[in-house]
Design a binder for this molecule. Structure first.
Ligand code: ADP
Length: 405
């Protein structure tokens, strides 16, 4: 009985001893893990080589070594990235959404000096287009871009919204495009000068050809006709290049309020003769009060180009419907013809310079391939949009959309 009692007591003591060790191991293990989480060193914690937790601790230690290793690598990469960001020769800076400067690189510092928030930068630049891209209300647009001129240099300014852990920052960069701009200006000036120089000789040649036409015998007149056709084409080319130059350089552009009805009527009356010659009916119904704010001369030019094409590419006896209207705060102009149409593979390219669907037909008709690119430029200058729908053999519809400014 006594022996049984002693054995039981002994067993109880041994169990208590193991329970106590197990509890201590768990406490140590928890402390160890907490130290890892808190990123502290573990030297002071003692582990029993033969303890329950020894193997587990060894595995955790291996994991910890691996984490430490990854941390070192990550820190290295972070430093490298920071260095790269700092020394990149493009001025770059991060701002918090409420405008505090978070980080700027060396080029940014060199260009703008000691600024500490976005308002400092805005005040320094004083550019409407920069205010525009940094405006809070435009935050649906992820990427915003503008061009500014500052201290005699041109910059393409980009604003990207960077999202990280529910926080938003602005990354603003200033790419120096001065050299590109200079080349563009030289190219445009050269083209414009050459075109101007060509104008007078072409007029003189045309004048003399017309005199010669009256004196040449009937059987030689075909030569004069061919020369005249080519001179017409050259004259069209020169005036289209000059027009494109004017729109691109935004020179002599005057914004004013005008009635779109009058502009459409003017375009129709200027092209009435060509339409009549092909027995094409132009249908247009006046709309009440359609005031547009823009350059009336350029808008008229755009409508003339669209209408000229509609007449050119519509066979004899067809018709052209013109419509204007106001919807959803925008002004619309529609031009629908019953002409030859444009195959779908050409549609995305017809607004490019010198792009023509059928080279020989365009040439035959005195086309230059510049008409629609002029239209697109004019519409973009007015912050509008132009689209086209077409079906070969059925007709083409151009839709111009202008904001009410
Ligand atoms: P082009 O001087 O050759 O007319 P544009 O830039 O005005 O040059 O037009 C580009 C091309 O788009 C034309 O060559 C023509 O093939 C096509 N196009 C333009 N408008 C029409 C239209 N209303 N119907 C059919 N094709 C058209």
């Amino acid at each position: 009985m006594t022996l049984a009692f002693i054995t039981l007591l002994l067993l109880l003591l041994i169990s208590l001893f193991y329970i106590f060790r197990l509890k201590r191991s768990i406490v140590e293990l928890t402390k160890y893990l907490e130290h890892i989480i808190q990123d502290k060193k573990l030297k002071k914690i003692f582990f029993h080589r033969k303890g329950f937790n020894y193997d587990t601790i060894l595995t955790i230690k291996k994991i910890e070594d691996r984490i430490e290793n990854l941390k070192v690598r990550l820190e290295k990469k972070e430093k490298l990235l920071e260095k790269l960001f700092y020394s990149v020769p493009i001025p770059l800076a991060f701002f918090t959404k409420d405008g505090k400067l978070e980080f700027k690189n060396y080029s940014f510092e060199k260009l703008f000096g000691d600024i500490s928030n976005l308002d400092d930068l805005k005040n320094l630049l004083r550019k409407e287009s920069f205010y525009e891209i940094t405006r809070e209300t435009a935050d649906k647009i992820e990427k915003r871009n503008t061009e500014i001129e500052w201290k005699n240099r041109f910059y393409s300014v980009n604003l990207d919204i960077v999202r990280f852990e529910q926080r938003e920052s602005y990354l603003i960069s200033f790419l120096d495009i001065t050299e590109l701009k200079k080349t563009q200006i030289i190219k445009a000036e050269f083209t414009s000068n050459v075109s101007h120089e060509l104008k007078t000789p072409l007029t003189v040649i045309k004048g003399f050809i017309e005199t010669l036409e009256k004196e040449l015998p009937e059987d030689k007149l075909y030569m004069i006709k061919t020369i005249k056709r080519h001179i017409d084409r050259l004259q069209n080319l020169v005036s289209d290049i000059l027009m494109l130059d004017m729109v691109e350089s935004e020179k002599n552009i005057i914004f004013e309020s005008f009635d779109l009805n009058v502009t459409v009527q003017t375009a129709i009356s200027l092209l009435e003769k060509e339409a009549k010659e092909k027995n094409i009916e132009i249908i247009f119904k006046n709309e009440v009060d359609l005031t547009v704010n823009g350059d009336s001369f350029l808008i008229l030019q755009a409508l003339i180009n669209i209408l000229t094409n509609a007449i050119k590419y519509t066979p004899v006896g067809g018709n052209i419907t013109l419509k204007i209207g106001k919807n959803d705060g925008k002004i619309f102009f529609f031009c629908k013809d019953t002409g030859i149409g444009i195959p779908s593979q050409h549609l995305p390219r017809i607004f490019e310079r010198f792009y023509v669907v059928d080279k020989s037909r365009s040439r035959q008709m005195g086309g230059t391939g510049l008409g629609l690119s002029i239209v697109k430029h004019i519409i973009e200058l007015h912050k509008g949009n132009i689209t086209v729908n077409s079906e070969p053999g059925k007709g083409t519809e151009f839709i111009i959309e202008l904001p009410v400014m």
